[in-house]
Design a protein around this ligand. Sequence first.
Ligand SMILES: O=C(O)CCC(=O)C(=O)O
Ligand SMILES: [Mn+2]
Length: 194
Amino acid sequence: MQNILPINGEAYYYPDFFSKTASDAFFIELQKQVNWKQEPIKLFGKEIMQPRLTAWYGDENKAYSYSGITMVPDAWSPVLLQIKNSVEAIAGIRFTSALLNYYRNQQDSMGWHRDNEKELGEYPIIASVSFGESREFQFRYYSDKTIKRALLLTHGSLLLMSGSTQHYWEHALPKRTRTMGGRINLTFRKIISS
Ligand SMILES: O=C(O)CCC(=O)C(=O)O
Ligand SMILES: [Mn+2]
């Protein structure tokens, strides 16, 4: 497995982690069944709506603060547990939580950030699963933003981030101009303290 990041971090990409058939079924089921919400976010002291839908699932008693909002998790559903089990087998750890993102079309996005909340510990391991439309995922080096990497996250893919990635690299999922369908992304995390 080749590390996508040239320095100070680790990111591994598995394009066909889930089969097309399984991925098609996961997309439909998650789109229907998840408790999707559009949440407000604080950006430079101003409250705006996030440009995507989100949901937060996890073990009980694992509340999580994310970009100025505190989310109380919904309980794992069978389909989420099935995906989580597959991802845990390759990541070699147990995840406590998952943030779900639903990008309804090309105009939905996620801005530059690091997943470095203190609840995730010093070296967060994050497993990011994608279903639906392929979208470009971008990395940029935090202290020299001209150093960049990008990859296309396709239907049924898995991206594993570990090591010091969340110290040194930001990531984002930018808006696009070309018309696109929906994409569902699940980022499994392990909350160490809460
Ligand atoms: O949708 C993606 O691929 C990125 C999601 C992400 O960075 C996050 O949930 O923290
Ligand atoms: Mn992230």
